[in-house]
Design a protein around this ligand. Sequence first.
Ligand code: NAD
Length: 490
Amino acid sequence: MPRILKNYINGNWVESKGYMVLDVINPANGQLLGKVPAGSKDDVTDAAEKSHQAWSSWRNTPATQRIQYLFKMKQVLEANTDEIAEICTKECGKTFSESKAEIVRAVENIEVACGIPKLLQGEFSEDISSGVDEFYIRQPLGVGASICPFNFPIMIPFWFMPYAIACGNTYIVKPSEKVPMTMTRIFELFEGLKLPNGVLNMVHGGKETVDAILENPFIPAISFVGSTNVAKYVYQTGVANGKRVQAQGGAKNPVVIMPDADEETTVRIIVDSAFGCAGQRCLAASIVITVGKASESFIERIIMAAKARNTGNGMSQGVEMGPVITKESKERIEKLIQKGVADGARLLLDGRETKIPGGEDGNFIGPTILDNVHSESEIYKTEIFGPVLSIINVDSLEDAIELINQSRYGNSACIFTGSGAAARKFRHDTLAGNIGINIGIAAPMAFFPFSGWKESFFGDLHGQSLHAIEFYTQTKVVIERWHDEWTRKF
Ligand code: NAD
């Protein structure tokens, strides 16, 4: 019997009060890994109440003591990297090294959050008037929650949670119901931190759980990462309920190749960017825009490099690309490829017939490349979230930027060039939140905000770093006067 995962509430593993459970499936071979509760409002109510009760004591714990738990958290993740990465690969499909890389990113965020005693400091102005001083302090909000997508089961909760609890909030993590096992194991390991009960909680489930979070009066701040339509819904509903929401959405990331780009670096990086994590990355390159003669020199080399990519089970040695997450996702991607061809694109590399020994029940699609893609076609406009790269050619950098700026998404945009002037223009004029210059995945380090514009982000403050700290605190301004004859006379 596969085990049914439990929620972690107030320091205890508790069964969900909901009746429905969902299968957790290994996307590389169709194996049933476990079952996860589909969620229930009662689970969220319980977690939010217990977390709220824990808050008053946690917020009064000095920041220097709160971060001691984060130091241990980092050590636990590092000491158990292989075990966590294996669970992640089994339920999410990415390669073992991609799973390990997620842990590095999670740890980097913990490290930044360990600077809270300094980062949380307010500002002080003496004598704003005779004998009067003014300052502000940052105070935690209460119970925070993050609602997470399937594609980074380890990293994404750490864009928010370490900052939130370091600032003195208590917290609820809701993993994606498609990949709930990794965070469950991490929470089991985190029991060794001996955090006070209720500070860190986890509730499983899907839409019902999300809706309960959006409605719960004890949860004032929500971080969401997922597809654009759900991000918009979460943002609008949360804000209408008086909450603070940051919601990171979907993407369709363009990469511009100028004719003067370095061939070897550009091809290697673009293929990694497009096909790493089977294209299931919010920063994945999904459109290549060749400028002028770049189409002649680069396309053939990109195809060759993509063909050489080793697709298979992410736990096998030498595999560079795993399956996509579900059968439905594979079917959807295949239909989009077919639609692209029907709309006039040329299929230069077709990954649809990829067969993996032992992976007959897996959701494999090999690297796929289409050119002659029209900017009005569905394949150009839709986030495919699979190993599919569309190529389009334009005459000039200005044309490329104009095309990019028309997109509904603005998560990232990259350029490959040998020209500082072209790079500068691109950085200056392009409407996207994360810019890469001779970089394929413009993923901000933990000490920068993880940006994102247009329909790739709803809200004001992003995840990571100072933005996360600002998001999970509110400023209190104090103006004070003390004795000294109450007001100085000059
Ligand atoms: P998703 O939107 O399907 O799910 C995300 C979360 O929302 C899950 O926890 C899920 O349970 C919940 N959810 C799903 N449907 C819901 C609904 N109707 N109402 C309420 N909650 C709902 O996203 P996904 O497929 O898990 O993840 C892939 C998406 O996430 C892609 O679009 C990708 O671009 C995006 N993403 C964005 C970033 C970023 O930083 N911008 C990072 C990673 C992933």
